[in-house]
Design a protein around this ligand. Structure first.
Ligand SMILES: Cc1cc2nc3c(=O)[nH]c(=O)nc-3n(C[C@H](O)[C@H](O)[C@H](O)COP(=O)(O)OP(=O)(O)OC[C@H]3O[C@@H](n4cnc5c(N)ncnc54)[C@H](O)[C@@H]3O)c2cc1C
Ligand SMILES: C[S@@+](CC[C@H](N)C(=O)[O-])C[C@H]1O[C@@H](n2cnc3c(N)ncnc32)[C@H](O)[C@@H]1O
Length: 597
């Protein structure tokens, strides 16, 4: 927490580090003049039909947020929403906030108290160590505050959103140059929607020039109080990729009716994400819930590891997806997710070295560590001769059960045929079927079969998920252990094949006790499905054709990792449709778009 903020003898909140005040005695009037009127917010709020996004560079006491929220409530129509995205490197503690808020006028007090309460809950709760933002909803979700934690330039690079208006509010440029650097102002421009604006109290020459170079047309306006001038401006050119961030053109309308094609895990998580935001959703699937690849009852949820130093943007994205999904599953679906951990077992010396290098990667230190043969065998409850990478937050998920649970929501209607009423956002989550037909998406079908065996009563069962080239779950309450799987490219048949069992057993040849147990156990169930995958093994998430149509979006090609990537995709799609920041850089987001090359 920020210890450097103090109240001076005149009661002004001051930063020792930057030698500047958070706001002057006329704080609210100055905010209303510079930022609110400077961005013409009263008029623009009144004209908004969907989501209006305000960006800010320094959150501080939240005064600017409180003033913008008050203006929004006064001027905006009931159907519209405000998303306020701000950055902060040194969050203020609640005591300091309370003292600073005591200086605000009466009409801001109630929301200020609400803000402090929410901040107190957020800092008390077990926020995951990798959490880089806080989201606080006000007025039943009509106003959303997102605080991106850390340095502003870094936060903007790591998050994708497009603001309609920017409040540039660091301490004075000569005291806090990082908040006025060209790099940051270019990020601001890159995070600005079509016709988006900015306003700031400073007219410093280098700030003016940087804003111009970054892509804003700027003008001087009358400053507040003793300050003669201030700056305001509008984004010059509009960069089409940013448009992909506004699904269903959220500036014009927020989705009021969503159709989802496909009731597998991708469709069910997407439907649930919109339903939880209060949107009526119709899910269409002629074959019923989880009738495709998501029929698998034991899918492994685990991160992918990589060797530090190797440029691995895809792996980084997948690690991010895993972090999100593991905590989402623990919170949303504890009954369907068994967080028993997983051991990624080496099968020989060479693989042992490779896995050791991967677990030494600081970027995934929270997700994986190396265990020697002895440690791994103790942890797994079975002999693991070459040691293993221990993945403590991994586990196994009943995808079919989870998809069914997620669709049981009062805002979701499930049907077999397409309704006549239209939707303003359509999600295509048809797994292998449509993607295969849409050959221009360039995806591939990969058949997979897994088997369930009843674990021999005389043998010690494994205590965690065991992964080799395949996977094996600890026996569930019904005594069944699932073992997977085959991987047959360009085979789209779902018939069950007893002849595949030996290929599945072969994944565990290097774990002697396990190999013996499964050789003596009977196969009691088989499951076969068809995965749909891209060449780069990343899913397809976002507008099918973002240049012309942002109202038809995909959650497709989840390949062999749908249990990890489908819930994350659902969150990204809902965030994008509601104008909220996506926790990944714009270049990463573009790597997920269906039309990518
Ligand atoms: C044997 C096997 C083992 C696996 N193990 C794992 C694992 O351990 N971990 C992991 O993360 N992933 C695993 N996977 C992959 C995972 O199952 C998939 O990534 C995931 O289920 C894909 O979900 P989906 O919703 O995209 O597709 P699907 O589950 O295939 O759902 C698509 C749905 O769309 C419906 N549909 C089709 N056409 C239409 C249409 N025109 N209109 C409406 N609906 C339509 C279908 O009926 C189906 O219900 C495994 C897959 C297999 C086959
Ligand atoms: C002038 S104050 C902002 C006042 C604020 N808008 C309000 O309404 O109270 C500037 C803020 O920027 C934060 N800050 C300074 N440098 C930063 C950086 N590099 N990245 C993110 N925040 C930073 C400071 O901690 C401080 O809270």
């Amino acid at each position: 927490m920020n210890q450097d903020a103090q109240f001076d003898n005149d009661g002004r909140l001051t930063s020792e580090r930057y030698g500047d005040v958070y706001f002057s005695g006329d704080g609210v009037q100055e905010t209303e003049h510079v930022f609110v009127a400077g961005n013409s917010l009263p008029e623009r709020f009144a004209a908004t039909r969907g989501t209006f996004v305000v960006g800010e560079t320094g959150f501080g006491t939240g005064l600017n947020f409180l003033a913008a929220a008050a203006c929004f409530v006064r001027h905006a129509g009931q159907a519209s929403r405000l998303v306020f995205v701000t950055t902060e490197q040194h969050l203020l503690g609640n005591e300091v906030l309370a003292k600073a808020h005591a200086q605000l006028p009466g009409h801001l007090q109630a929301r200020a108290a609400e803000l402090r309460n929410a901040m107190a809950v957020a800092s008390d709760s077990a926020v995951p160590t990798k959490s880089t933002s806080r989201r606080i909803a006000f007025a039943d979700g009509r106003i959303v505050l997102q605080i991106l934690l850390g340095d502003a330039t870094h936060s903007l690079r790591a998050n994708s959103f497009a603001a309609d208006a920017w409040f540039l509010d660091g301490f004075a440029p000569d005291r806090n140059p990082a908040m006025w650097s060209f790099d940051l102002l270019r990020e601001v421009a890159n995070h600005t929607a079509a016709q988006g604006t900015f306003a700031t109290y400073t007219v410093a020459g280098h700030v003016r020039r940087s804003l111009q170079d970054a892509g804003f047309a700027i003008e001087r306006a009358a400053g507040f109080g003793k300050k003669r001038e201030m700056l305001r401006g509008q984004r010059n050119a509009f960069d089409p990729p940013a448009n992909a961030l506004r699904l269903a053109s959220s500036a014009d309308t927020t989705p009021r009716q969503v159709h989802v094609f496909g009731a597998g895990i991708a469709g069910a998580t997407a439907a649930n994400a919109f339903a939880r935001r209060g949107v009526p959703v119709t899910v269409i699937d002629p074959h019923g819930v989880a009738s495709g690849a998501s029929g698998i009852q034991a899918a492994i949820v685990r991160p992918r590891l990589w060797i530090a130093g190797n440029p691995a943007p895809d792996a980084e994205m997948l690690a991010q997806a895993f972090r999100f999904t593991a905590s989402w599953l623990a919170e949303t679906a504890p009954g369907r997710f068994r967080a028993c951990g997983a051991l990624l077992c080496a099968k020989d010396e060479q693989e042992m070295q490779r896995l050791q290098q991967r677990t030494a990667n600081a970027a995934t230190a929270d997700l994986a560590s190396w265990l020697t043969a002895e440690q791994a065998s103790k942890r797994g409850g079975t002999r693991i001769p070459y040691g293993a990478a221990w993945l403590p937050t991994a586990g196994t998920c009943d995808l079919a059960g989870l998809a069914g649970d997620l669709l049981q929501h009062p805002n979701i209607e499930l049907r077999a045929d397409t309704p006549t009423a239209t939707a303003d956002l359509t999600v295509i989550a048809t797994g292998n079927t449509l993607a295969a037909a849409a050959s221009n998406l360039g995806t591939q079908c990969i058949r997979g079969q897994a088997i369930a065996v009843s674990w021999p009563a005389s043998d010690t069962p494994p205590k965690t998920v065991l992964c080799t080239s395949g996977y094996l779950t600890p026996p569930s309450h019904d005594g069944l252990t699932w073992i997977g799987s085959t991987f047959d490219r360009d085979d789209a048949e779902c018939d069950l094949r007893a002849s595949d069992d030996h290929r599945i057993h072969a994944h565990f040849a290097a774990l002697p006790d396990i190999a013996t147990s499964i050789a003596h156990s009977d196969t009691v169930q088989r499951f076969a499905g068809v995965r749909n995958a891209t060449a780069d093994r990343l899913p397809m998430i976002g507008s099918l054709d973002h240049a012309t149509d942002t109202t038809t979006v995909a959650s497709l090609a989840h390949g062999s990792r749908g249990a990890v990537t489908a819930p994350w995709a659902a969150r990204l799609l809902a965030d994008a449709a509601f104008g909220e920041p996506l926790p990944l850089s714009t270049s990463y987001w573009q790597r997920l778009l269906p039309g990518r090359r």
